[in-house]
Design a protein around this ligand. Structure first.
Ligand code: AMP
Length: 307
């Protein structure tokens, strides 16, 4: 039940209405791996870092069963850097800086030890790089999930469209689904996007939960109403890691099991936003996770009779 996670390992500078950070560890693959390793091990990481990346983070990941053989280290350049500022509602943010740095000439090589992986999480990254990983795998994984963002829809739309034909599940947020489809209605957007290739579409709606579509049905999972949201950065990647980690552990790729996986992902994401960066995921315990999953179940359980 091996899982490959591909994405950025980065430094972020974040400003929210509640505080501001200097450079802290971030990146789509960092969050996804922390979340996935709660459910399945090993997580086989593919990424690239520069000379500034803290080796203690790599060690911490290794301890959690994240293999870093596929993480390239470049000695003479800094890591990918992203900076963003959240608006008061925390659902919207402006990207202030995207410095590709080491990412600009990243040509990932899938280590031999990763071959045969059954699950592939293509975290937010240049579409060409995501594709190169799919093409290097000698056996197609059972399930390929791809996450992307508006940045790549603007910079590499054609490449993204090629990828959509090769994957099983696409994950985007609501504004990205609208941008990709040109439709305001998310139901119409889902129909159009599913016609582009993926069998399943997950539309993330931040504090308003997430929708899972296939061509016949739709499922809605709420987000837990939290008293405090400190920093939403990485929530999407954490959701993705929890989702694929849960599926990789159960090895069940049915729509029914994806419903549970979405709850697992949402629970992980609800922790992520409680502190800056991946800190809350680093200190999270199994007991806390189980309690939170129960809170999700309670949140949507009700009985109703009309008479
Ligand atoms: P999320 O809040 O889930 O969208 O993810 C935020 C994380 O994605 C941050 O830690 C960033 O380092 C990383 N990130 C931001 N922009 C990009 C990009 N264009 N490509 C890949 N990763 C990115």
């Amino acid at each position: 039940m091996s899982l490959i996670v591909v994405g950025t390992m980065a430094y972020d500078a974040i400003e929210t209405p509640f505080g501001k950070t200097d450079k802290i560890v971030g990146g789509s693959a960092t969050y996804a791996a922390y979340a996935a390793s709660f459910f399945v091990r090993p997580v086989q990481q593919i990424s690239i870092v520069g000379n500034d990346f803290d080796p203690a983070i790599m060690e911490d990941m290794n301890k959690r069963g994240v293999m870093t053989e596929g993480v390239e280290m470049v000695p003479d350049k800094p890591s990918f850097f992203w900076s963003g500022k959240y608006h008061l509602d925390m659902n919207t943010r402006d990207t202030l800086v995207t410095d590709l740095n080491v990412l600009a000439d990243f040509n990932p090589v899938v280590p031999e030890a990763y071959q045969g992986a059954e699950f592939l999480m293509l975290g937010n990254l240049m579409p060409k790089i995501q594709k190169s990983v799919i093409e290097q795998l000698k056996v197609r994984p059972k399930l390929i999930v791809l996450d992307t963002m508006n940045f790549w829809m603007e910079a590499a739309l054609e490449d993204l469209h090629e990828n959509l034909k090769m994957i099983d599940v696409l994950m985007v947020n609501d504004s990205e689904a609208r941008q990709l489809s040109g439709e305001y209605s998310l139901v119409k957007a889902a129909k159009k996007i599913l016609a582009m290739g993926p069998k399943y579409l997950i539309i993330k709606k931040g504090e308003h939960g997430a929708l899972l579509f296939d061509n016949h049905q739709v499922f809605f999972a709420p987000a837990l109403p939290l008293e405090e949201v400190f920093d939403p950065t990485g929530a999407g990647d954490t959701f993705a890691g929890g989702f694929i980690g849960y599926i990789a552990n159960s090895r069940d790729i049915s729509f029914e099991n994806m419903k549970s996986a979405i709850i697992a992902g949402s629970a992980m994401a609800s922790f992520c936003v409680e502190k800056f960066g991946p800190e809350r995921l680093q200190e999270l315990t199994r007991e806390e996770l189980e309690l939170r999953i129960q809170e999700f179940v309670d949140l949507v359980q009700f009985e109703i009779e009309l008479d």
